[in-house]
Write a protein that binds this ligand. Structure first.
Ligand code: SF4
Ligand code: SF4
Length: 169
């Protein structure tokens, strides 16, 4: 089914739903000195389709840059937690789709973080906090009903396949 939903409402729900969850019960930033928040100015967190509509234009902690028709939020390493984008809320998980059916999705560790995140390097999705895992799973059952988000997740999944091939050598 191809449903176009009100993305602002969807993302607001997603933000609220994942507001207080973290990948582990402990603060995993202590394992790695918060490596995933220490990107350089040319890296950033990919925004989901039209997610930028939710982000304020007036801020002093990020800029949004465009690359290959995608939008990246590049932050200064500190954010008001309640405003962090969806990609930060679900990392180190990645919704993965290997068919056109939204119901075929699964959660994988996000291999884009393989060089920085000890959880990506040493854990599987099921080893993360089960509430975190369950809520991300539930959320993408909903988000993937939106055709733009499904297309975006397919693109991420293709990228994931490429990184996996590189890791496996
Ligand atoms: S890099 Fe991984 S372990 Fe470190 S803070 Fe980010 S999610 Fe947690
Ligand atoms: S927006 Fe916040 S959570 Fe996301 S990378 Fe930047 S500091 Fe980290």
């Amino acid at each position: 089914m191809d449903i176009k939903m009100d993305k602002i409402l969807l993302y607001k729900k997603a933000y609220r739903y994942l507001e207080n969850l973290t990948p582990l019960k402990i603060d995993c930033g202590t394992l790695c000195n918060s490596a995933c928040c220490s990107g350089s100015t040319d890296s950033g967190m990919l925004l989901f389709p039209e997610e930028e509509m939710l982000l304020s234009q007036e801020n002093d902690w990020y800029t949004i840059i465009e690359r290959d028709n995608l939008k990246l939020l590049v932050c200064n390493g500190h954010c008001p937690r309640e405003h962090r984008p969806l990609a930060c809320r679900i990392f180190p998980l990645l919704p993965y789709l290997n068919s056109d059916r939204a119901t075929d999705f699964e959660l994988q560790m996000d291999y884009r973080g393989n060089s920085v995140c000890p959880l990506v390097q040493h854990s599987s999705p099921k080893e993360l906090d089960r509430f975190f895992h369950r809520k991300v799973q539930y959320l993408f059952n909903l988000l993937l009903q939106d055709s733009d988000i499904k297309k975006f997740v397919k693109m991420l999944s293709t990228e994931q396949d490429g990184i996996r091939r590189l890791i496996d050598g």
